[in-house]
Design a protein around this ligand. Sequence first.
Ligand SMILES: Nc1ncnc2c1ncn2[C@@H]1O[C@H](COP(=O)(O)OP(=O)(O)O)[C@@H](O)[C@H]1O
Ligand SMILES: [Mg+2]
Length: 232
Amino acid sequence: MEDVAENRKQFIDNLAHEMKTPLTSILGFADLLQIKKDISEEGRIEYAGIIKEEAARMRTLSGKLMELITVGEANIEWKSEDMKALFEEIGTSLKVVAQKQRMQFVCEAESGQLVVDKELFKSLIYNLVDNAIKASNEGGKIQVSGYFIKEEFVITVEDNGIGIPKEELEKITQAFYMVDKARSRKKGGAGLGLALCAEIVEIHRGSMRFESEVNQGTRVIIRMRGGKENEE
Ligand SMILES: Nc1ncnc2c1ncn2[C@@H]1O[C@H](COP(=O)(O)OP(=O)(O)O)[C@@H](O)[C@H]1O
Ligand SMILES: [Mg+2]
């Protein structure tokens, strides 16, 4: 019980901090725009740009937070889905994003049924691919694969990006944890993606682990048995 209270306090502290930082710049730069008399055209564009960027970060933060809070609540829709078709669907929407960043992207799975909540499952893959893209440079390669081993479905998401130091691996699924805060913030991150992924995997009775080599890349391996209908 004490642990839960401690985690809760930590979560709220972190959240307050994540909200305060962008709000401080938004208010600060809005003030400048209002007060400063002879503001140059460049200055105006710069200040407005910061306000927009920080506001966008808050929007991402609140969106992710809502997802994290509502995941696991009543409205989960378990349905048997063909993984090959679902991966194709996910691949089609993510391909555009990856190509915009000039990255190679492959998303494919073996055919077979798994009981999932489709929206949560998509959110899981989107978040992992988002991380892979953010960790990669132009020309990077991202591969999402799915296959069945006995009654388990295995998903791997691989990139050849910056990698994660060994000592960080066990911390990255904690809410608000970011290996390089400045880098993540610049890319619009808030450190909630993997916390959300961990919840989604758990709901699907699965496990998630990371293999990574600094400057070589990262592989996320998820094994899941699927949702409710599979329970005896
Ligand atoms: N594929 C990856 N390659 C390198 N670092 C990663 C990868 N996935 C996650 N990370 C690290 O884990 C941290 C937490 O990930 P996440 O919770 O999704 O937060 P965010 O994406 O908002 O930064 C990231 O900030 C990053 O440092
Ligand atoms: Mg993320």
